[in-house]
Write a protein that binds this ligand. Sequence first.
Ligand SMILES: Cc1cc2nc3c(=O)[nH]c(=O)nc-3n(C[C@H](O)[C@H](O)[C@H](O)COP(=O)(O)OP(=O)(O)OC[C@H]3O[C@@H](n4cnc5c(N)ncnc54)[C@H](O)[C@@H]3O)c2cc1C
Length: 442
Amino acid sequence: MNKYHGKSTTVLKPRTTKEVSEIVKWCNDRRIGIVPQGGNTGLVGGSVPVKDELILSLANMSKVRAFDDVSGILVADAGCILQSLSDYLAPHNYVFPLDLGAKGSCQVGGNVSTNAGGLRLLRYGSLHGTVLGLEVVLPDGTILDQLTALRKDNTGYDLKQLFIGAEGTLGIVTGVSILTAPAPQALNNVMLALPKFDNVLPLFKEVKRQLSEILSAFEYIDRSVYDLAVKHNQGRALDAEEVEGAECFVLVETSGGNREHDEQKLNNLLESLMEADEPLINTGVLATSPAQFASLWAIREGLTEAVSKEGKAYKYDISVPLQKFQEVLDITREHLKSKGLMREGAVRHVVGYGHVGDGKSGNLHLNVVADAYTPEIEAALEPFVYELVAKYKGSVSAEHGIGVMKTHALQYSKNAVSIDWMKRIKQLFDPKGIMNPGKVLP
Ligand SMILES: Cc1cc2nc3c(=O)[nH]c(=O)nc-3n(C[C@H](O)[C@H](O)[C@H](O)COP(=O)(O)OP(=O)(O)OC[C@H]3O[C@@H](n4cnc5c(N)ncnc54)[C@H](O)[C@@H]3O)c2cc1C
């Protein structure tokens, strides 16, 4: 996003955990700040130095350490690229329980450190559940070896959970043990056009009821961001006349064990939705080939890029109750209008898309697309958006983390007692404050 710039002179790329430990101990003795860096794809500036910290890149630690094809447990170096782990698992008929648009560059250590959510969360749950163990180099250089392959281990405090989502502020993750999932035998998807946002929740309920165990993704895309994807050539799911009158779209994916059975279920779903007395959808397109399956996903995965091509985006990755998605977009648009900023030369679009979660709260990517980043627009958006999120008891960061970008906003989602205990934990692990200084905690 080209927002943060540091003045580091040094990048070190150790090859072993022992080397990481020696570097960290050396830095700790001299109070030298360290920024752990994975694939550098994070969206909140966490992997970017803010001053003159030393950058410790995990790029040279990229080996699979072990894989058990009975249990599906994978143990890998933290520097393994997500896509390469997926490729490694494919011939064994397993899939990595996390998938996201940055998979070609992001590393598993970075995924764990940001507690990345992504496109498969609805199916496989969060990394807090699938990560079984971690190897971490603590800020004094000690190696904390909790690289267990046990699914059940109730022996006191579960320390690894502290490092999942810590964004490199408590230590450097060097190894990850994770439970992978059996590869689905059949993957299908369908893009549905809805006449109004109010139909999204009833549709989600109906889709869950009819598809039950094979439902693996339910992604929401509002009309304006869909149009941006078409404009910037990220793909096209439906013909121009088919999208007429559609206020939003939903991409549904199924992953199951029997192609015929799954296709039948999807066809039945489509039929029942179209033939209902008051249809929840205008129309839908069911992928009939692997190429079409990929192209429907390409639209969803290309939204971030389409937004970047359109202008400078203020990105808010928030958790709010599902029924409030549209309200958040409308209120933000109206607010910018009232400030005289919804005009040419200032804000061009307020768009939204996101992962629909467990039916109560969902993850909305609210993007405000402007001609340029300006202090005026920023002042209109912050703390306005964060206060809105706090009003709904949501989260200012659903999945991207806090990094350097949102340290000032932490208070809108965490109360004073929680922040105080976070500071005490940081102090306990890293009393000299060398580990990713200036990130997460103000
Ligand atoms: C196109 C695109 C799509 C994305 N989609 C999603 C999505 O769907 N869901 C989602 O949750 N996120 C998404 N993201 C953001 C996501 O957080 C990152 O892509 C990814 O999880 C970060 O991994 P990384 O290796 O690039 O980490 P980096 O960006 O290098 O680092 C991220 C943070 O983790 C720390 N860190 C990195 N490696 C380690 C380590 N080994 N030990 C300790 N700390 C470490 C860094 O210091 C930093 O604070 C997306 C990003 C892009 C560019």
